[in-house]
Design a protein around this ligand. Sequence first.
Ligand code: AMP
Ligand code: GLY
Length: 421
Amino acid sequence: MRVLVIGSGGREHALVRALAADPDVTSLHAAPGNPGIAEVAEVHPVTPADPASVTALAAGTGAGLVVIGPEAPLVAGVADALAEAGIPCFGPGRRAAMIEGSKSFAKQVMTAAGIPTAAARTCTTGAEVSAALDAFGPPYVVKADGLAAGKGVVVTSDRATAAAHASACGTVVIEEFLDGPEVSVFALADGERAVTLLPAQDYKRALDGDAGPNTGGMGAYTPLPWAPPGLADEVLSTVILPAVAELGRRGTPYTGLLYAGLCLTAAGIRVVEFNARFGDPETQVVLDRLATPLGGLLHAAATGGLAGAPVPRWRPGAAVAVVIAAEGYPGTPATGDHIEGADGPERVAGAYILHAGTAVAADGSLVSNGGRVLNVVGTGRDLAAARSAAYEAAGKIRMRGGWYRSDIARRPAPAPSPARP
Ligand code: AMP
Ligand code: GLY
């Protein structure tokens, strides 16, 4: 099978790495990729959110499967264009991807399907915003309705800050505050059936102790030793399958990765958000533990064939990912800083490096090219071993202004909600 992966981040590097290990994947392409991805796949230039150029590239590479990493191409209709061209695509069509692209659409789907989530109101006027803030009370949760790269949500006890975010965003969803540990559960869906992957936890705040602003994700680990047994099965039956059924009923069947961001509250599981693609950096740790060949699973999901696919199996042990970020992230990151120590992945036993925002400079050296630059993945018998491998390898990387959280997986326990203001 010839496979084309669209995207350039750490999640896509993890996907390419796992696909390269699948004996049925005979030829591996990526676009636009990055220097790390280029070591494992043939990279091609592309505008990821342009349906015509992705389809032309897929046809040109003879891809029997296209895997779309990030959300922007999905929301732009790249999967629809591939379907029209008859090329199997792992990733939902534009209308189903609205489950991530619009918070209010996601709430409508959840309400219709009876999926447990925070009570919410969609507001467009100042008067509606005021009424909703008063109705829910502090801490206030205000979400921009459209895609915001993980930065559209403000959780605050300050009413003026909440109101200011709402007026800056236009249409917002204001909702009840959820208290409890957050968990990410991914499911592969084929339009009708679905299968969950290993639950993981990510760290969304920039700084140690869950301080600082929200980011796209600063680290992750799996498995979750503290999670209730049967969590993935409960999420499958109460969240994933009802969502897939509801989207099917609406004539927009969901094919691809359905990501449930969950809060485990005292009252039970609540959905915080849905995403239409693999989470980053949770994918980096989840795929590390996957023993079943990835290409076959994604192809089965893309072609309505999950019923005949193997149930995903997991390797024992643990994985911890630490994100190395650039100076300035999550604001405007510095770019072009030289990176040393990112090669030689075997230098720390059990650790390896995935590229996210990297590029090759004119002089051939590796430089930063985005906010989240590298992921250091540590593996081991348990979380403590995986964590120490990750941090030992992270300590060997040199980049001006580079920084990372030092507490990823330090306390793998049901901590209070990272969102608590
Ligand atoms: P979202 O983009 O919806 O995932 O929100 C980003 C982050 O904001 C989440 O990961 C949570 O940490 C926090 N958050 C979102 N909704 C809520 C909520 N209803 N209660 C508490 N925290 C929330
Ligand atoms: N790790 C959060 C996300 O991918 O949205």
